[in-house]
Write a protein that binds this ligand. Structure first.
Ligand SMILES: [Zn+2]
Length: 310
């Protein structure tokens, strides 16, 4: 009974929206991404020919997202699903995609895009992988969007995919990509200049979120607050980190916004170090609304921290 009522309500709402002048929305490609970073890159190249929305929010740990009914609604309407993959979303995305029953976006279908295949991936394990390793990165590091060069590769893959899906807009997507590429190259120059005085600086990070970022900007990650990716801190590992920081005079601990600060704070206390909450994703704080602002924010934080530390 209730279901029927809801369906009627929805049918009444749709013609009202069309009358309000959103008819062109029907012709836009509906892009759903797993993370806000991918949605931002999709908007860069898709412009006004697409609508892009992400499932995970940038302040959430992308490995562990609690499924909600609203996610299913998004996926049911999607023309294209874009995923980070490398098992980043394995705990939550595959069941949602199956339940959406949207044949367009199933893995292997034309409306499914795994952008990891276009990117430079670090920490690809050699040898046999076992569950006992407690590792949430069994196929290589999935936080690869934090290298602007990978951001460029993702944008190119998106432009190509959108062009394939809507050939009549291919020149538009190509022009948007070229413009993004130009703006990114200019921004990269600025970011690299700001970071140049701190090349070779050593840091501790909470999770292994930053290998691509640190590789690009010349930082050296010496150890992690987590003993293994996805495994919470243990007293014995925390002591090792403290000893390492003292021995090597490491002063900076980078923490993602979704981790408990107690262990990093206590490590900083014992080592005279400093904890900074660095954002791994667009939307990590409300002011960071796109891919450019993400690097602006993180690099400003780092430069401020390094310039204070001797
Ligand atoms: Zn991870």
């Amino acid at each position: 009974m209730l279901k029927t009522q809801m369906r009627w309500k929805r049918m009444l709402v749709v013609p009202a929206m069309l009358a309000a002048g959103t008819a062109s929305a029907a012709s836009k490609l509906n892009v759903v991404t797993s993370t806000e970073d991918l949605a931002s890159l999709a908007r860069e190249v898709g412009g006004d020919r697409i609508v892009a929305d992400s499932i995970a929010r940038g302040y959430q740990d992308p490995h562990f997202v609690e499924p909600k009914p609203s996610f299913l609604l998004k996926l049911q309407k999607a023309d294209l699903l874009v995923a980070v993959s490398l098992q980043l979303e394995i705990g939550w995305l595959p069941p949602l995609v199956t339940q959406s029953r949207n044949s367009k976006i199933q893995v292997g279908a034309a409306g499914y895009l795994d952008v990891s295949t276009f990117c430079r991936i670090l920490e690809i394990p050699s040898g046999q992988i076992t569950r006992a390793m407690g590792d949430v990165h069994p196929l290589g590091n999935p936080h690869y969007w934090l290298d602007p060069d990978n951001g460029r590769r993702i944008a190119k893959a998106l432009a190509d995919k959108l062009s394939e899906m809507k050939a009549s807009d291919a020149p538009y997507f190509a022009q948007r990509y070229a413009d993004f590429d130009r703006r990114l190259a200019a921004a990269e120059k600025g970011w690299e200049a700001k970071m140049a005085p701190y090349r070779g600086r050593t840091v501790i990070t909470y999770h292994r979120s930053w290998p691509n970022f640190c590789d690009h900007f010349g930082l050296v990650v010496v150890d992690y607050v987590e003993p293994k990716p996805g495994i919470p801190p243990t007293p014995s590992h925390t002591l090792e980190v403290i000893n390492t920081m003292r021995r090597q005079n490491i002063k900076l601990i980078l923490v993602e916004p979704y981790f408990d600060l107690r262990t990093p704070d206590s490590i900083a206390d014992k080592t005279g170090g400093q904890v900074i909450v660095l954002l791994p994703s667009v939307g990590g704080v409300p002011a960071v609304k796109d891919y450019f602002q993400l690097f602006d924010y993180d690099i400003n934080l780092l430069v401020t921290a390094f310039s204070k530390a001797k």
